[in-house]
Design a protein around this ligand. Structure first.
Ligand code: G6P
Ligand code: MG
Length: 220
């Protein structure tokens, strides 16, 4: 097949944003400032290091490089407490069905996530072996909105970027897909993800017919 798919993980396949929120909030609490769900939106799709910088900005906190390293480790330890309890029941609605539909159509797919915990999360929910390849926060130098993560994904699929379809829930991710010259599908609020080529509220809205038509369009 000439077309392939790249999936973001957090917010598309699983809802880990709530766990990131709890772990970041824990850090903000310990530093004595408020961190809200609205603040958490700013961290979606953004790397761990960048997330910490944004959080410290929100709290107007200046800390040493050494402290930052400490915070990155403690935040991830806190996050792992939640992640290691995850199971298949936390796969977002429509995700398994969409993977099944792609399998039926013979369309290959890889993961393109900013998370260094992506392999662990996929194993926890039992989806690890379904992906042809995994590109995660450990394999990239440049975080989204840089297109690097998706361009490596295209290489794993052995396809040209213009023949790749990306599912994303974050503004930074949609921008990365667009900059990679791929077809971007925004999952979530249409207004927030207005830069996407197509928009859906969640994966249950994606039919096999939509995928078939899109592939036909891309291949002709
Ligand atoms: C995803 C999430 C971000 C998170 C990033 C890094 O892109 O949407 O909120 O900061 O991954 O995750 P990690 O698991 O490496 O801390
Ligand atoms: Mg995401």
């Amino acid at each position: 097949n000439k077309t392939g798919v790249i999936f973001d993980l957090d917010g598309v396949i699983v809802d880990t944003a709530k766990y990131h929120f709890l772990a970041w909030k824990n850090l903000a609490d310990s530093l004595g400032f408020e961190f809200t769900e609205a603040h958490n939106e700013l961290l979606k799709g953004v790397s761990r290091v960048r997330s910490l910088e944004i959080l410290l900005d929100i709290g107007d906190a200046t800390v040493s490089e050494e402290k930052k390293q400490e915070f990155l480790i403690s935040k991830n330890e806190e996050y792992l407490k939640y992640i290691t309890k995850m199971g298949a029941d936390e796969i977002l609605s429509g995700a398994s069905e969409l993977l099944d539909a792609l399998d039926d159509l013979g369309i290959q797919y890889v993961l393109g996530s900013a998370s260094k915990n992506a392999p662990l999360i996929l194993k926890q929910v039992g989806l690890y072996n379904r992906f042809l390849g995994i590109v995660d926060g450990n394999s990239v130098n440049q975080a989204k909105p840089d297109p690097e993560v998706f361009l490596i994904g295209a290489k794993k699929l052995n396809l040209k970027p213009e023949n790749c379809i990306v599912f994303e829930d974050a503004i930074a991710g949609v921008e990365a897909a667009n900059r990679a010259n791929m077809t971007s599908i925004g999952i979530g609020d249409k207004k927030t993800l207005s830069e996407a080529d197509y928009n859906f509220n969640n994966l249950t809205e994606i039919s096999a017919d939509f995928i078939k038509d899109l592939i036909e369009k891309l291949e002709n």
